[in-house]
Ligand binder design. Structure first.
Ligand SMILES: Nc1nc2c(c(=O)[nH]1)N[C@H]1C(S)=C(S)[C@@H](COP(=O)(O)OP(=O)(O)OC[C@H]3O[C@@H](n4cnc5c(=O)[nH]c(N)nc54)[C@H](O)[C@@H]3O)O[C@H]1N2
Ligand SMILES: Nc1nc2c(c(=O)[nH]1)N[C@H]1C(S)=C(S)[C@@H](COP(=O)(O)OP(=O)(O)OC[C@H]3O[C@@H](n4cnc5c(=O)[nH]c(N)nc54)[C@H](O)[C@@H]3O)O[C@H]1N2
Ligand SMILES: [Mo]
Length: 783
């Protein structure tokens, strides 16, 4: 292994198309580099083998579920990176902060910051020296309580959550915050699958996916929209390739030819690798325009409806499932009226696909008895994401593809417990039954008015309405849109508190007062008064299971997330509404409350002892529709008139291209593990923009030269990023792609999903100009 492939070192910037399969030897090599670099490779190998095993920890990576019949190895390349990244021996404590001022740290890259190691003791920012200084835990909690209790309204504080927080931490957090008196729960979900929750609740009466792991083995066709599982959910490749092997169809909609969706090699099956086998993964691949999926699916629906009419007129079996439609659904007539009004010309121009392409997709759909539809950020980060999710539901309802084996809806979640956090009440608009249950159980009155989501929290901090920001995990400063504005908003606060495992930019964008509170991660042993504690998580398939850390913590000055929350709560509220110390002694007590207040968790502690956890259930899966009419609803949404926002048009300029922001293979959201993106052929650099060769020519640019990008939005602000290297890439004309979070300065705060408020990170109208900054990659990338 070369020195260059080690994380923390900057390899030569290179770009050459990658022709190997996904996973395979490349994955093993990359994992090995991260093992060695953790500085405790043997410990971590032992830990890794326990990932997602009964009695061990849940992988801190993505929310993909475990194979119920899985063997001894239940992790993937990127899970291994996540584990080694968390379980490093490097430490960031008082010595580190004595050496580096905050202004100096601000010059470093995101990669460098997190690479420095685990945060090991609580620190407070001292503006006079521009340095973080050690602070005691009790002092830190008192400082937080003083700030919170000084506010003239609880609504002047924002309580962010990132999706790694366990169910136990999330439950305590929302209890603390609601007792304090606000529903201000901005969370990462607001930037992620919010549109899925909204779109599904309105139509099938529940905001979660209806499938479980076993459905993959029974599907005849699996449609995957706007998702890159080879990088972001690698364990999904195994059931997909099994599906292909047994003759099922895997149909992809993605403007990029993502390697993991094309060919796959199982790194855990040594014979696969020796024969250098490359399992073809997809059976059809469609490359829509950005934001074109709703139109594409509408086209498929148009085909199905027409074919159904023809078949029935000719006395042949119907194409649509009329029994299902008549017994289980409502609103078909209004929907069909909208479908009829949608012209093929509209569909073709908006989807970027031809009618012939769409007919092929519809034909595969029709011929499959059981169809699963999966999707991720390519669907949810658009202005019309809610109607697009609802169009996927419309499609599935027409052939009864919900609530039977091998069929259903599968929003593939991001963070490992993002779904569980919502279930626990991390929700700025929590359902009334949950609030009622909290009031009953704890004898408190909770606020009923809606709180702030992520973009509203930024607005409130920017205007000075919100004064305190507390982040339970995540990297708010970098994950959110409109970076300059968001940084200004955070800096405007009286107090910012970050509860974190690793150093990131959010620690450097300080309020007048600022705290770093170091917490245990998923891999760490969490020992409390009654012994080592388990926490629980909920995966994408609504399976609940326990997670036990396996490695001794790096320092005794770190606390668990539940302990930090209890500490803040006790200092702020006293022993109201519970004895906060007692609850931390044994997390079974938290679970007893969850069992009494959250539906589906009855006998939580007992059921947890079952080997692979338990299924939370999903009414829509049983065809119980918790909607107003008691049936599953068709949604009669017209296609958007124009994908370009009026505020873009009001800028008076025409965009050169539409930019989507996405993840490289070596990152976990804002955590940049390394500078390579193996499947896209990029190494040693991240400030790149993938473009179509014809567009490069049309714009008078050259492959390999550096450009500045400016987004178009009429509000008097300038939003630019500089020095991105143009890479000629196989991408549809008119589109560009570049990595997040480097491109977040381009996303206007007000460019959001209708009904979801999700920043439109996959659709940014931009102009490109030749850059004056012909900087060296190494400086730009590695800091
Ligand atoms: N290793 C790793 N794993 C992760 C993460 C990570 O950063 N690293 N992040 C986690 C999180 S929080 C999440 S939410 C998920 C994210 O998982 P993904 O949603 O797979 O993540 P993205 O990289 O944003 O990829 C979006 C994909 O959608 C495509 N796309 C973009 N716009 C469109 C469009 O308009 N239509 C269609 N059809 N496709 C489009 C892009 O080409 C890309 O392939 O992964 C989770 N897992
Ligand atoms: N432009 C653009 N913006 C996006 C997206 C996009 O595709 N494009 N994707 C959006 C999506 S889908 C998401 S989910 C958000 C992600 O937003 P966040 O969840 O806020 O961001 P992360 O990068 O996942 O957070 C990383 C930090 O979490 C901390 N951390 C890690 N593990 C733990 C833990 O166990 N406990 C605690 N307390 N802290 C921990 C570490 O300090 C690390 O630095 O970003 C969104 N932003
Ligand atoms: Mo996400």
């Amino acid at each position: 292994m070369t020195h260059e492939s080690l994380p923390g070192h900057t390899p030569e910037p290179r770009f050459e198309p990658y022709n190997g399969p996904a996973a395979g030897w490349g994955a093993l090599k990359s994992v090995a580099a991260f093992w060695l670099d953790s500085k405790q490779p043997i410990k971590n190998i032992r830990a890794l083998l326990k990932t997602n095993q009964h009695g061990s920890f849940d992988c801190p990576g993505c929310a993909w579920g475990d194979d119920p019949n899985g063997g001894r190895i239940q992790f993937c390349e990127n899970g291994a990176k996540a584990v080694n990244w968390e379980a490093t021996k490097r430490q960031v404590g008082r010595d580190f902060f004595a050496r580096h001022s905050v202004s100096e740290l601000l010059q470093r890259s995101d990669h460098w910051l997190e690479y420095q190691g685990r945060l090991v003791e609580p620190m407070r920012y001292d503006a006079s020296t521009d340095r973080y200084q050690p602070i005691g835990w009790d002092e830190a909690f008192t400082l937080i309580a003083d700030h919170l209790n000084r506010l003239d309204s609880p609504d002047k504080a924002e309580f962010y959550t990132s999706g790694r927080a366990s169910n136990e931490a999330a439950f305590l957090y929302q209890l603390f915050v609601r007792t304090f008196g606000t529903n201000n729960f901005p969370d990462c979900s607001n930037m992620c699958h919010e549109a899925s929750g909204v779109g599904l609740s309105q139509t099938i009466g529940t905001g979660k996916g209806t499938v479980t792991f076993d459905d993959f083995a029974e599907a005849d066709a699996i449609f995957i929209f706007g998702q890159n599982p080879g990088t972001n959910h690698p364990r999904m490749l195994a059931p997909l390739s099994e599906a292909v092997r047994r003759g099922a169809q895997v149909v992809c909609f993605n403007p990029l030819k993502e390697r993991g969706l094309q060919r796959f090699q199982d790194p855990q099956a040594i014979h696969d690798m020796l024969k250098n086998g490359s399992e073809p993964l997809n059976t059809a691949y469609f490359r829509p325009a950005l934001g074109g999926d709703m139109a594409a699916v509408r086209g498929m629906v148009k085909c199905l409806v027409t074919w159904d009419e023809e078949a029935r007129a000719n006395g042949q079996p119907a194409v649509l499932d009329w029994d299902f439609i008549n017994e289980q659904t409502q609103g078909l007539a209004a929907y069909l009226a909208v479908v009829r009004m949608t012209t093929w010309a509209q569909i073709e121009s908006q989807s970027g696909l031809t009618r012939a392409d769409i007919e092929v997709a519809a034909d595969i759909y029709r011929k499959a008895d059981n169809v699963m539809v999966c999707w991720a950020m390519g669907i949810t980060q658009h202005r019309h994401s809610v109607p697009t999710v609802q169009e996927l539901v419309n499609l599935q309802l027409l052939r009864g593809n919900i609530g039977r084996p091998g069929a259903g809806l599968c929003p593939v979640r991001g963070h490992s417990n993002v779904q569980g956090d919502r279930t626990m009440g991390i929700d700025e608009k929590a359902p009334a039954p949950l609030l009622d249950a909290l009031e009953r159980e704890f004898g408190i009155q909770v606020p009923r008015h809606q709180g702030h989501n992520t973009v509203e929290a930024i607005e409130a901090m920017d205007s000075g309405e919100a004064r305190v920001f507390i982040g339970l995990g995540g990297n708010f400063a970098q994950a959110t849109p409109d970076t300059a504005l968001t940084h200004k908003a955070l800096a405007n606060c009286d107090l910012t508190v970050q509860i974190s495992t690793k150093l990131n930019r959010s620690h450097l964008i300080t309020g007048k007062d600022a705290l770093i509170l170091p917490c245990l991660g998923r891999t760490d042993i969490d020992r409390q008064a009654n012994g080592p504690q388990a926490v629980t998580v909920e995966d994408s398939f609504s399976m609940i299971h326990a997670s036990y850390g396996q490695l001794p913590p790096q320092s005794d000055r770190m606390k668990s997330e539940p302990a930090i929350i209890a500490g803040m709560a006790k200092a702020t509220l006293g022993n109201r509404p519970i004895d906060w110390d007692a609850v931390i002694a044994d997390y079974d007590r938290i679970r007893d409350w969850i069992a009494r207040t959250i539906p589906g968790f009855e006998n939580f502690n007992e059921r947890l002892k079952q080997s692979r956890g338990f299924y939370l259930g999903n009414p829509a899966r049983e065809r119980r529709w918790q909607t107003a009419g008691g049936r599953a609803g068709f949604s009669p949404n017209p296609l958007p008139g124009d994908l370009l926002h009026d505020r873009v048009k009001a800028s008076g300029q025409t965009p050169d291209v539409i930019l989507q922001t996405l993840r490289s293979h070596d990152q976990y959201n804002t955590t940049v593990y390394g500078l390579n993106d193996r499947y896209r052929g990029v190494s040693g650099q991240r400030r790149v923009v993938f473009m179509n060769a014809d567009d490069i020519k049309r714009l008078g640019l050259e492959d390999g030269e550096r450009v500045d990008m400016t987004s178009l939005w009429e509000d008097g602000r300038q939003r630019s990023v500089t020095g991105f290297k143009v890479l000629a890439y196989d991408i549809p004309a008119g589109q560009a792609a570049a990595y997040y979070p480097e491109t977040n300065p381009l996303v206007p705060l007000e460019s959001r999903g209708e009904g979801s408020h999700t920043p439109t990170s996959k659709f940014i109208a931009i102009k490109l100009t030749r850059s004056a900054a012909q900087d060296d990659d190494r400086i730009l990338a590695a800091g």
